[in-house]
Design a protein. Structure first.
Length: 283
């Protein structure tokens, strides 16, 4: 970096606007002026060991590295319209922390941000904790590895998502998604995967009521489901190999479901032709 700003405090509007080729370290962005957009339109920026408590600090930033940065709950909408960045060993606590960003890598970071990652593209999250009520809405080309996530309406309308070695605690996850693969992970949810297309689970443990309905080209490979799964696979085109016993399977549209045990197979009140085959191993 050509320049360095160190051990300073900034609270004015656009305090470091259009900053270029600069390392900003051990600085605090907070104060009575309560200014917005302190680092807007920065280029080739490194921010290290800094604390943020102001709104909209990094918008339209290109080529950035955040390391050991803490953004508190007052840091609303922190990173919008940014590209080509790395976020490492940080804490992101403000609402709407990441939106419409491209090519960002997040590592070893704790995120507590409702509405995180909306409309983003080419984002990876690794070795991190993620708490977000609505995460990655309408995003594309997302990868999660070794992530522990808690949320409610997760990954809706997303395209091209890969999740590996993760734990997802959620409700209506993967609704209206396309091209999603979840591998070697635990998925605890309700109404999982409705209206999805090309959704695949491999070596996963799945729990929660009324999972995987109205799906197109749904695949479960060597997965485990438990008895909390009831009324599963309604109107879905599905091929599944399932360990464990589920409470009930209802009106699968097409394909084949092989399961260790099922309390009830329901074939009634269908509003469309349903020919999905259910094979129970333990009969």
């Amino acid at each position: 970096m050509n320049n360095e700003i160190k051990n300073k405090q900034f609270d004015e509007e656009r305090a470091l606007y259009n900053l270029k080729d600069t390392l900003v370290s051990n600085c605090t962005f907070a104060g009575h002026a309560d200014g917005e957009s302190v680092l807007k339109e920065a280029r080739n920026l490194e921010v290290e060991s800094c604390d943020f408590s102001l709104r909209y600090p990094l918008w339209h930033v290109r080529k950035f590295f955040l390391n050991k940065v803490v953004m508190d709950e007052k840091t609303r909408a922190a990173l919008w319209y940014d590209a080509d960045g790395i976020i490492s060993d940080c804490r992101l606590n403000g609402i709407k922390a990441l939106r419409e960003c491209d090519d960002v890598s997040i590592k070893n970071t704790i995120v507590d941000s409702p509405e995180f990652g909306w409309k983003c593209r080419n984002i990876s999250v690794e070795d991190s904790l993620l708490n977000s009520e609505y995460v990655f809405l309408d995003a594309k080309n997302i990868k999660l590895n070794n992530v522990k996530m808690s949320g409610k309406y997760s990954f809706q309308y997303i395209e091209n998502l890969e999740v590996t070695n993760s734990e997802l605690n959620t409700k209506d996850a993967f609704w209206h998604t396309k091209n999603v693969t979840v591998k070697d992970s635990v998925v605890n949810g309700e109404y999982l995967g409705w209206y999805s297309e090309n959704l695949t689970f491999i070596n996963c443990r799945i729990s929660g009521t009324q999972p995987l309905c109205y799906c197109k080209n749904l695949n479960l490979i060597n997965c485990t489901m438990d008895e909390s799964c009831d009324l599963a696979f309604e109107y879905s085109d599905v091929n599944a190999e399932i360990k464990g016993s589920v409470t009930s399977i209802k009106n699968p549209k097409s394909g084949k479901i092989v399961v260790d045990g099922v309390g009830e197979i329901i074939r009634e009140d269908a509003v469309m032709e349903c020919n999905g085959e259910v094979v129970v191993k333990n009969i």
